[in-house]
Design a binder for this molecule. Structure first.
Ligand SMILES: CC(C)(COP(=O)(O)OP(=O)(O)OC[C@H]1O[C@@H](n2cnc3c(N)ncnc32)[C@H](O)[C@@H]1OP(=O)(O)O)[C@@H](O)C(=O)NCCC(=O)NCCS
Length: 135
């Protein structure tokens, strides 16, 4: 059975929040300015869905023990469906060129590589720009 995706209802982080990149305090700030948090089991995605504008994704994270069980894909598919229904035009995101898992995930749910930003990250790693247009 496919894991269920639910949208976090509050403006605070869940008790079991564990994202190495996004702290609970930073998440709370984002939730207060219109970002949403979607969860599937222990995995989550933090993103903003705005009508008629591009939706952006700030963090998608599955704890190591729960990886490769389809949670990331289920979250992305739910987010894409919600963004589309809300009237978003599409989605653009950057990912480290060396993040094979995330790049494969994005391609698997229909995003395509558009460009490379050379030396985009502080350590000199390139960023790959992926996007998906709904219309
Ligand atoms: C990227 C991440 C969210 C994927 O989550 P996940 O729940 O394991 O993803 P899924 O199980 O839904 O995998 C979906 C597809 O992604 C790709 N994928 C996932 N992990 C992969 C890996 N380690 N190596 C290669 N491809 C991978 C595969 O195409 C996979 O489909 P398959 O299992 O049928 O081959 C997870 O690895 C993670 O949290 N990484 C650390 C945080 C991060 O890098 N976030 C992205 C920042 S932009």
């Amino acid at each position: 059975m496919a894991p269920q995706v639910t949208r976090w209802p509050g403006l605070h982080a869940p008790e079991d929040w564990a994202d190495p990149v996004l702290s609970a305090a930073e998440l709370a700030r984002l939730l207060a300015v219109g970002y949403g948090l979607w969860r599937a089991g222990p995995a989550h995605v933090v993103a903003r869905v705005r009508g008629a504008e591009v939706a952006d994704i700030l963090s998608i994270y599955t704890p190591p023990a729960a990886r490769r069980q389809g949670l990331g894909a289920v979250l992305m598919q739910a987010l894409l469906a919600e963004a589309k229904a809300a009237g978003a035009l599409g989605l653009t995101l950057e990912v480290r060129a060396d993040n094979t898992a995330a790049r494969n995930l994005y391609q698997r749910v229909g995003l395509t590589a558009q460009a490379t930003r050379r030396g985009y990250y502080a350590d000199g790693t390139d960023a790959c720009v992926y996007s998906l247009q709904f219309a």
